[in-house]
Design a protein around this ligand. Structure first.
Ligand code: SF4
Length: 342
């Protein structure tokens, strides 16, 4: 059955017209869904029972069945494993910081990109998520935090899947969550992370959206990058960076490059220097994070000293770099670990 979250407000409005209901019913439903976080048809006591029943007959309100939730030992990270209606599994992670609650959500069940160090890549592609299944992950955590009088502050599409491989549904989900009459979550608080699908980056640039863009780069030369990210064969680094420059020129927005620091693989001064030369003059920032271990990949996380050295090289060329903390390692909730426990 179709999810209620698969509808946007104009579609819900057309449906009410088709069902012979007043147009304002669409707003009544929309606001309760996205402002009160109601998630079952019985809760909709603000509309007539006949309409409630008709909604229940035609739409699924429970998009995700929680299969298991794991809390990290520091209590700051929670990973949820959800079962979709067809039995597929996806995961989403909530990371609590002092002033932020960042949600990392999935755009696909599995992933076709095959990045060697990624547990999701190791499991292969299952299917695209519908826009409603993407929205539902955010609404699940929005409700959880609402009960603690707290809110989601940032959403990153860095969970299972390549968001630009499911472009239309991903962007439709963001637009739905961004609706000022509904959840009203600012575009600038979303980050899409892509492995570098060049045509999609160009399309995204042309749409001039305010959403943040992050590129999983991880290597500064094509041979190394192709050995880690097979997609690089199709879209080599120069082509990828040209698309990134187009995006910056079109939007005026800074781009983030993600770099999983792997000991003696891509954390060397040579890689840092080559990267710095490639990025020189670009409105960008490098987010480096020690690799999260996965069962199917033998690479090890960098050391603190090597990470610092890497950062220093970049900064000596004027490229800002942050070494990020690894979160939720003990519950396999770090980036690339999402599928490995399931
Ligand atoms: S890192 Fe991202 S794009 Fe690469 S295989 Fe994993 S989920 Fe897919």
């Amino acid at each position: 059955m179709r999810l209620i979250y698969d509808l946007d407000l104009p579609e819900l409005t057309s449906l009410m017209i088709e069902w012979g209901e007043p147009v304002y019913r669409a707003h009544q439903i929309w606001q309760r869904l996205y402002r009160q976080y109601w998630n079952s048809s019985e809760q909709f006591t603000n509309i007539p029972t006949s309409l409630r029943d008709r909604l229940a007959e035609n739409f699924e309100f429970q998009a995700l069945a929680l299969a298991t939730a794991l809390n990290s030992s520091d209590g700051q990270t929670v990973k949820s494993l959800f079962k979709l209606q067809d039995g597929r599994s996806i995961e989403a992670v909530l990371m609590r910081y002092e002033k932020r609650n960042t949600l990392c959500i999935s755009s696909q069940a599995g992933c076709a990109m095959g990045c060697v160090f990624c547990a999701t890549g190791q499991m292969g592609f299952k299917r695209n998520l519908s826009s409603g299944e993407i929205v539902a992950q955010v609404m699940y955590y929005a409700l959880m935090l609402h009960k603690e009088t707290n809110v989601v502050t940032n959403v990153v599409l860095m969970g299972m899947g390549e968001p630009f491989h499911n472009y239309d549904n991903t962007l439709a989900a963001i637009d739905r969550l961004n609706d000022p009459q509904g959840y009203n979550f600012g575009a600038r608080r979303f980050t899409i992370s892509t492995v570098g699908l060049v045509p999609a980056i160009r399309r995204f640039a042309a749409e001039k959206r305010q959403i943040n863009l992050a590129i999983s780069l991880h290597a500064a030369d094509d041979a190394l990058r192709t050995s880690m990210l097979p997609v690089n064969k199709r879209y080599p680094i120069e082509e990828l960076l040209a698309a990134c420059r187009e995006y910056i020129a079109a939007t005026g927005r800074r781009i983030t490059f993600e770099w999983a620091l792997i000991n003696e693989v891509n954390d060397t001064p040579e890689q840092a220097t080559l990267l710095a030369k490639r990025l020189k003059g670009m409105l960008c920032h490098v987010n480096a994070i020690p690799l999260n271990p996965t069962q199917g990949y033998s690479g090890q996380a960098t050391t603190r000293e090597r990470a610092e050295k890497f950062k220093q090289v970049l900064e000596s060329y004027g490229i800002p770099c942050t070494i990020r903390l690894r979160r939720g390692i003990d519950i396999q909730a770090g980036c690339g670990q999402l599928a490995s426990k399931v």
